[in-house]
Design a protein around this ligand. Structure first.
Ligand SMILES: [Zn+2]
Length: 126
């Protein structure tokens, strides 16, 4: 783990905690219905096909957003867990210490910049 001082760690931890709170608020607000145990697709109500198509479209948009926010929430929580473990700030791919400036901009970053770029390229090509 990089040798951050206490003030730096505190700053990153509070940034992560704040982001976690924001994400939770967003998920509880706009995507409230997505958090229920029952998926919307599992409902048995009878809807005419036009309405169904519209709802489906809306749901896909919501899903995209919710998926992104859930993904970020997972990343933020993983970063907090890594902080507790003592592995926070190490690139998960190459293991080097991620510079403090990068973590300041993106407290939940899991990779150094070159590895992040590689990972994003891999996703695009997949
Ligand atoms: Zn790396």
């Amino acid at each position: 783990m990089p040798a951050f001082d206490t003030a730096q760690l505190q700053q990153l931890r509070s940034a992560l905690a704040q982001r976690e709170a924001e994400l939770l608020q967003g998920l509880h607000g706009a995507q409230r219905e997505q958090l229920g145990a029952e998926p919307l697709d599992g409902s048995h109500e009878v809807i005419d096909p036009t309405e169904l198509a519209y709802r489906h479209e809306q749901q896909e948009i919501d899903d995209d957003e919710a998926t992104r926010e859930h993904g970020e929430l997972r990343t933020v929580r993983a970063a907090l867990a890594r902080m507790d473990e003592g592995s926070y700030g190490e690139c998960i791919d190459c293991g080097i210490d991620i510079p403090f400036a990068r973590l300041q901009a993106q407290p939940a970053a899991l990779r150094c910049v070159p590895c992040q770029e590689k990972a994003e390229q891999g996703r695009q090509n997949a």
